[in-house]
Design a protein around this ligand. Structure first.
Ligand code: ZN
Length: 293
């Protein structure tokens, strides 16, 4: 597959190649083969490309006197978290009915509970997602990399922070949301995303440095880091952020905190939110209600 190297089954005496999107070795049944998105991000060519771009970023920072601040930014991003945003009614079904947080595709097809909209995002969603996460895109849950309790955009108003330890093994980060990425860098039908735009969870700060180093200057203050990593935009739109891709269903035990902007709820959402609040309290998941206007 283009620049990607084959992955060999880790079980002794097997040596079969693990299929690109497989969750187990088809030859011996060994199941400890990791997640497809993580294997992809850990591909030697991907890692080498990102490392090379990081060296360039740090060399430029050395030259213009911003290295110390860039180091600080990298350290801050190494503690960044994933925040996803959903509507109160969706959060309610997860915390009340012991359901799981599943991908857009699982919601709309398997459960039949989500209606795709005829907007530019939903109409192009599978084509774009499939380019960035080929073969396994239907398994991916999306979040934004954040230094605060807030994720990207409106999308329903409940910002759910995830506990890093509970997603690390199956999470990767990607340059942008696939829609924006492919708008900026169109790919031919037979091309895959070039290497250097994705990283495993433990290397998320390196991707942040590579993407954002030109916004870090010698006089950039640490309190500006959050809005450099994730653009402030309370409206639904094409904001810039690093996307977190989490493979497979996520249980509410992975929720660290829920932050909502209550001033934007309509009546139905207010009612749902009241129910969500009670259920979150029962699960000892802290909430924060803000009024951002
Ligand atoms: Zn095997």
């Amino acid at each position: 597959m283009m620049h990607l190297s084959p992955v060999i089954c880790p079980r002794k005496d097997c040596n079969d190649e693990i299929a690109f999107a497989a969750m187990r070795c088809a030859g011996c049944g060994h199941t400890d083969v990791g997640y497809p998105n993580v294997r992809y991000a850990d591909d030697p060519a991907e890692v080498a490309a990102l490392d090379a771009r990081a060296r360039t970023a740090f060399a430029l920072a050395d030259a213009d006197g911003s290295r110390a601040v860039l180091n600080e930014f990298e350290l801050a991003c190494s503690k960044s978290t994933a925040v996803t945003v959903m509507a109160p009614v969706d959060l309610l079904s997860i915390v009340s009915a012991n359901k799981l947080w599943v991908s857009f595709y699982k919601q709309s097809r398997d459960a039949g509970s989500r209606v795709a909209e005829d907007n530019k995002w939903d109409m192009n969603r599978s084509a774009n997602d499939g380019k960035v996460n080929p073969q396994y895109y239907e398994e991916i849950n999306y979040a934004a990399l954040s230094l605060t309790d807030r994720g990207s955009g409106w999308y329903g108003g409940c910002h759910v922070s995830l506990i890093p330890d509970r997603i690390a093994v199956r999470a990767t980060v990607f340059w942008q949301n696939p829609f924006s990425f492919l708008k900026d860098k169109p790919l031919a039908p037979d091309e895959i995303v070039p290497p250097g735009y994705r990283a495993s969870w433990s290397r998320r700060a390196e991707l942040a440095v590579v993407k954002l180093h030109s916004k870090i200057h010698a006089d950039t203050k640490a309190d500006a880091f959050a809005s450099i990593l994730l653009e402030d935009d309370p409206g639904r739109g094409d904001t810039e952020f690093i996307e977190v891709h989490i493979f497979g269903a996520v249980a509410p035990t992975a929720f660290a905190k829920v932050t909502v902007d209550v001033s934007r709820f309509d009546e139905d959402q207010e009612l749902d939110w009241e129910s969500v609040k009670r259920r979150l309290a029962r699960r000892d998941i802290p909430i924060s209600e803000t009024k951002l206007g």
